[in-house]
Design a binder for this molecule. Structure first.
Ligand code: ZN
Length: 136
């Protein structure tokens, strides 16, 4: 997908997804460019306590507006589920002396969040298309 098209379309999709997910109070800083890991379509870093997300999208890895919608849905669902990740920070501190248990719980939380995000992704994409039509 062309960088200029991605830069034009992404903010609209993000704003609409924020409304669908109840994330209007979040500030999302968008960067169109390469992610830290090669080949990754998008990544988000979250400052949960400030309701702030830093979202990077790589247009070279995205073929069309529908895929952009799917990718942005995925990343915004990570914001929606960030309470769980904030909880894991607390758990981490509580288990400071239990390295093995801490690692096991971290891995299982990451897998659980990822599975939940993927499961919800198609629901949100469907809801978006129903509400706003295909992104173009
Ligand atoms: Zn994910």
């Amino acid at each position: 997908m062309k960088r200029t098209r991605c830069a034009k379309l992404a903010p609209t999709i993000i704003r609409r997804l924020q409304a669908l997910l109840g994330l209007q109070h979040w500030r999302i800083d968008l960067v169109i460019g390469k992610c830290s890991e090669l080949g990754t379509q998008a990544e988000v870093s979250i400052l949960h306590e400030y309701c702030r997300g830093h979202l990077t999208v790589d247009p070279d890895t995205i073929t069309d507006p529908r895929e952009l919608l799917t990718v942005l849905s995925h990343e915004l669902l990570h914001l929606a589920l960030s309470n769980l990740e904030a909880w894991s920070v607390q758990l981490d501190a509580a288990l400071a002396e239990e390295a093995a248990l801490r690692r096991t719980l971290q891995v299982s939380l990451i897998q659980c969040v990822e599975r939940s995000v993927v499961q919800l992704e198609s629901a949100i994409v469907g809801l978006y298309v129903l509400t706003h039509g295909e992104p173009e």
